[in-house]
Design a protein around this ligand. Structure first.
Ligand SMILES: NC(=O)c1ccc[n+]([C@@H]2O[C@H](COP(=O)([O-])OP(=O)(O)OC[C@H]3O[C@@H](n4cnc5c(N)ncnc54)[C@H](OP(=O)(O)O)[C@@H]3O)[C@@H](O)[C@H]2O)c1
Length: 356
């Protein structure tokens, strides 16, 4: 049973963990709070960046004598030597008598060993406080541990009748300023932004996070998928920041561009991005690439901005061919949120893929 101060401390630990943002990947976001036997918070810490000290050690380094105190931590403390020594040793040596954990760490290097270690040192350990919130906090990490791939967030924007561009290809701007600002927030919180050659050429986007506070270091990597040639004068190639082109066609690209070759499938691409430390990929289309990702069941979160406007059947469809032949194969979303953004509507959720 968890008491009230432990609930309060776990909420605070989640808040702290969020401050790690995208910098912690491929590590999880972790927050830790130490409370006295009277239930007062005596120290707190979080994991701020990959390679940095873990939340538990940061909290312990702030505290004085913690004998008899409880540590409330979002994720099971680690039991292995990684970039830093095991946290369980520091926790056990500190005299903490109880540890409240949000979630067991599914990383095979930990997977319950941290909890076992603490219990063997006579520390009372209880697991599962605000588990769902902690899972949400770590959805990118959990997805990476489970699949070895980056988490794919697909964003699309269109009209009420599902069109993304007019007959002449023009598409700026269907949605309003507030929606576009929200997209810049998405870019800032993502490790990379992905588009297909069609979008790179037709829209000539910069794909940087603008109109929101964003340091140079927080700018997303830009990734373009293109078997065919790309013009030299794309804005993507002529602004600072890392740009990657995934192609086997390596000539004819500016020197500043990084080329990834030998990637034949989107699954391979998302495994490569994960290895590069890019845990959250925002795909901004277009319709062909979005449809490929959906067909291959690689979309982990979908965000669709809908403007109160119509373009009719001469406009381009928001999504390419999904090869859906029967209504039984319709792709639905779950855990939906619907938000009004200016005059637009933003519908977000995860995709429910039909079990085969
Ligand atoms: N409303 C929106 O949210 C939104 C967002 C973006 C774009 N758009 C609009 O969409 C239009 C462009 O759409 P699009 O469908 O032509 O562009 P796209 O999906 O950005 O690009 C398609 C191209 O990407 C390359 N590609 C590489 N691997 C692929 C894969 N696995 N699956 C699909 N494509 C792959 C292919 O070119 P290669 O043959 O060279 O490999 C393909 O022709 C533009 O008019 C743009 O304004 C709208």
């Amino acid at each position: 049973m968890f008491n009230k101060p432990e609930h309060t401390a776990m909420r605070r630990a989640i808040e702290l963990a969020l401050q790690g943002g995208k910098k912690v990947f491929p590590n999880p976001r972790v927050g830790a709070v130490i409370i006295s036997p009277q239930g007062e918070i005596v120290a707190e810490g979080f994991h701020a960046f990959h390679g940095g000290a873990h939340a538990e050690r940061n909290a312990l380094s702030q505290a004085g004598d913690v004998r008899g105190c409880t540590m409330v931590v979002t994720l099971e403390p680690c039991s292995h030597h990684g970039k830093t020594p095991p946290c369980v040793e520091a926790v056990a040596d500190s005299g903490i008598s109880r540890v409240v954990v949000g979630l067991t760490d599914p990383n095979p290097l930990v997977a319950g060993e941290g909890i076992k270690f603490l219990r063997n040192r006579d520390i009372d350990v209880e697991v599962g406080l605000l588990k769902e919130e902690v899972e949400k906090l770590n959805e990118i990490y959990l997805h990476y541990i489970a699949t070895g791939r980056s988490f794919l967030h697909l964003k699309m924007a269109g009209t009420l009748d599902g069109r993304s561009a007019a007959a002449d290809g023009s598409s700026r701007w269907i949605t309003g300023e507030e929606s576009r600002r929200k997209v810049h927030e998405f870019r800032r919180s993502s490790h990379a932004v992905l588009v297909g050659r069609g979008t790179a050429v037709t829209d000539n986007p910069e794909l940087t996070a603008r109109d929101v506070q964003c340091t140079e270091e927080d700018q997303p990597v830009r990734i373009v998928l293109a078997r065919g040639k790309l013009p030299f004068d794309l804005k993507l190639f002529n602004s600072s920041g890392r740009t990657v082109v995934v192609t086997d066609h390596h000539g004819d690209l500016p020197e500043s561009v990084e080329v990834w070759q030998g990637i034949d499938t989107l699954t391979q691409l998302l495994a490569r991005t994960a290895r590069e430390g890019l845990g959250l990929i925002l795909c901004e289309g277009g319709g062909s690439l979005a449809a490929s990702l959906l067909r291959e069941r690689l979309v982990d979160r979908l965000s669709i901005f809908t403007a109160p406007a119509v373009l009719g059947s001469s406009g381009s469809p928001l999504l390419g061919n999904l090869e859906i032949k029967s209504i039984g194969d319709i792709i639905r979303m779950a855990n939906i949120t619907v938000t009004r953004i200016g005059d637009d509507t933003l519908t977000e959720g995860r995709i429910v893929y039909r079990a085969d």
